[in-house]
Design a binder for this molecule. Structure first.
Ligand code: SF4
Ligand code: MSK
Length: 625
């Protein structure tokens, strides 16, 4: 018998989402929540991580009654292998995104594209200097070529360590070297994890987990960091600016084009094309007042940070945005794009357009987007959206609510500039206790959790305790919709944070970018540790992903822990079937890397645990609580 759908009030904290969930039900459109109901209860073996499908002597499911797979692998081995591959999927996603940016840089250097250019030469030269490339008196394209070669080599097998380890405190690098955790090459660590987890290889759970950490570090300090830094070089370093968020950013009188996924390479061109007079004129001819490019998920974050486009929503808003009936096109690159969006688009006049060969969707309009032809293809895509406006059914349009204001654009460069040119004032604010510490809240939504309930609650609880919050990924829109990304939000902060943020005119919750931009937070931690001459694990900092769902989020969590950052998850990964693996994750890693995961579903308790940790770290640094 089909289950009764859960009341919409239980699914999300947002009025715009509730309105669209009701509309979906009224129109007979299935959403992620309905499908979750049909998939539960989930398989217990899979939840515990004790299923193995790594060879055809299996599949095997181990339990107390049947503790060994056909080959003899026990729960520890199976859980560690599964988790290792899970993290590796995430590291591969971020890093392949990073590689795409190197390929755009290559197209620029080789003169194959005029559509992309080096927008921030200073940043390019700064990066080059950091990774040991000569810059003095050299033409910019020569420097760019060397940077490109160096980053391509970071993906290979012939390095002792990836280039951006130049940013890491020596004491941390020594720790990694002692543990055989130093990330050597991005593709190398990923390939090695696949090898290790083949039947008959790494059958020692802790050893597998060490390599999982190494693979995650290759993501954080390699693939992701390259992705972020080259995006800044090519599209500009983000600077603070105002924008808006929620489904109210979709405009009834405009052609609405939503960009979704993670990589700014396509969407930056779409935005440029949407501003061209010919396409705007055609939109007006069809009765629209303009073309509105709005963001979803991390492609949205990328364009929000640099161009200030409005944010329609995060992961669990992607289906609901289409259900407004006012979206002419949804243009996707890759990652976190539910295939259901094609089906829901088909219920309206919405055109679903995919742009990457590695992320094609059956039923989509496909563009094989290339740097050489980027602008021409972007014009064609925007034109499809504009023409779709004529087929919109005004009777089905319902755009809930008014947008809320948000402040964005906090790159490390922007923060340093706001502080007068160095991080010293931040160090002083931490030393004085006005800012007691900092926590990055990152990651996703998960339909198993009331949407954004944890993301928002944790941010609110932390700022009350004078803990600065940095947000990326899907937590951005959550914090924004809750009114935490504006300077006035200092009223919700503790007295110290209120004083510092008030003086600078910034919010107590800073938008730091997309998921790959968690690399910015790593870089900030490394810079603070270097300034204080301590290890990253000595800092009063933490990380959290309350509502995470993806392999990428697991990779982020593990590179944060392996970098020495105490990390909270709102619910556990599928590792509880192994005591060895679970104990290592939540306590054993402390001895090895100076940080662990902690799992807590109550955000008041989670904030208290961060508070305790920050107190301990502050005392050890000789600071007050
Ligand atoms: Fe079963 Fe071992 Fe094969 Fe896994 S590798 S499916 S545990 S026989
Ligand atoms: S998009 S990885 S749902 S944060 Fe980066 Fe959001 Fe999580 Fe995808």
């Amino acid at each position: 018998m089909a289950k009764e759908p859960r009341p919409v009030e239980e699914l999300t904290i947002w009025d715009d989402a509730k309105a669209m969930l009701r509309k979906a039900r009224a129109e007979g459109i299935q959403t992620v929540h309905d499908r979750l109901d049909r998939q539960t209860p989930h398989c217990k073996f899979c939840e515990l991580g004790t299923t193995c499908r790594n060879c055809t002597m299996g599949p095997c499911r181990v339990s107390e009654k049947n503790p060994l797979g056909v080959c003899g692998a026990d729960a520890d081995v199976i859980v560690a292998r599964n988790f290792g591959r899970f993290v590796t999927g995430g590291a591969a996603g971020h890093s392949d995104h990073g590689r795409d940016l190197i390929e755009v840089l290559e197209a620029i250097v080789e003169g194959e594209t005029k559509d992309y250019r080096i927008t921030d030469e200073n940043k390019l030269r700064a990066i080059a200097a950091e990774i040991g490339i000569e810059t003095d008196g050299r033409p910019v394209m020569d420097v760019a070529r060397d940077v490109m070669e160096c980053f391509f080599a970071d993906f290979g097998s012939r390095r002792k360590e990836v280039s951006f380890l130049a940013r890491v405190p020596q004491v941390r690098k020594d720790k990694w070297a002692g543990l055989k955790m130093t990330p050597r090459g991005v593709d190398r660590e990923i390939a090695e994890m696949m090898h290790r987890t083949h039947m008959g290889c790494d059958n020692d759970a802790p050893n597998t987990l060490i390599h999982a950490a190494r693979t995650a570090l290759a993501d954080g300090w390699g693939g992701s960091m390259i992705g972020t830094e080259l995006s800044d070089v090519i599209f500009g370093v983000p600077t603070p600016k105002m924008s808006t968020a929620n489904l109210g950013v979709i405009k009834a009188d405009k052609v609405n084009l939503l960009v979704h996924g993670h990589n700014p390479v396509v969407s930056e061109m779409i935005l440029a094309a949407a501003r061209e007079p010919e396409l705007l004129a055609r939109a007006r001819e069809l009765g629209a007042t303009g073309i509105n490019v709005a963001g979803l998920c991390c492609t949205g974050n990328e364009l929000l940070m640099r161009q200030g486009i409005p944010m329609a929503g995060n992961h669990l808003m992607t289906e609901l945005a289409i259900i407004t009936g006012a979206v002419e096109a949804i243009v996707v690159d890759y990652q976190c794009i539910m295939p259901s969006l094609v089906q829901i688009s088909g219920c309206y006049h919405t055109k679903f357009i995919d742009t990457a060969n590695k992320a094609r969707f059956t039923g989509a309009i496909h563009f094989d987007f290339q740097p050489r032809t980027a602008m021409k293809q972007a014009r064609e895509i925007v034109s499809i959206a504009v023409e779709a406006f004529a087929r919109r059914d005004p009777g089905r349009v319902d755009i809930p609510g008014e947008p809320v204001e948000i402040m964005t654009g906090f790159s490390n460069e922007a923060v340093t500039a706001a502080l007068g040119g160095s991080l010293d004032p931040l160090v002083q604010a931490i030393a004085s206790g006005d800012i007691r510490g900092a926590v990055g809240i990152v990651g996703c939504n998960n339909p198993k959790i009331k949407q954004d309930s944890m993301n928002v609650k944790l941010a609110e609880e932390l700022i009350k305790k004078d803990i600065l919050v940095l947000v990326t990924g899907c937590v951005t829109t959550a914090a924004g919709k809750a009114g935490l990304l504006v300077p006035d939000a200092i009223e919700k902060a503790g007295p110290g944070l209120k004083k510092v943020c008030g003086a600078l005119g910034i919010p107590p919750v800073l938008h730091y970018g997309s998921c790959v931009d968690n690399a910015r937070i790593l870089q900030l931690c490394a810079a603070l540790a270097n300034a204080l001459n301590v290890d990253i694990s000595d800092l009063p900092v933490g990380a959290s992903s309350p509502e995470w769902y993806s392999e990428k989020a697991a990779a982020i969590g593990l590179y944060a822990v392996a970098s020495g950052i105490y990390t909270h998850l709102g619910h556990p990964p599928n590792i509880l079937g192994s005591e060895t693996v679970t104990n290592l994750a939540v306590s054993g890693l402390e001895d090895l890397v100076g940080a662990t995961f902690f799992i807590e579903g109550d955000m008041v308790k989670a904030a208290d645990m961060f508070d305790e940790r920050i107190k301990t770290k502050r005392k050890a640094l000789g600071l007050g609580e």
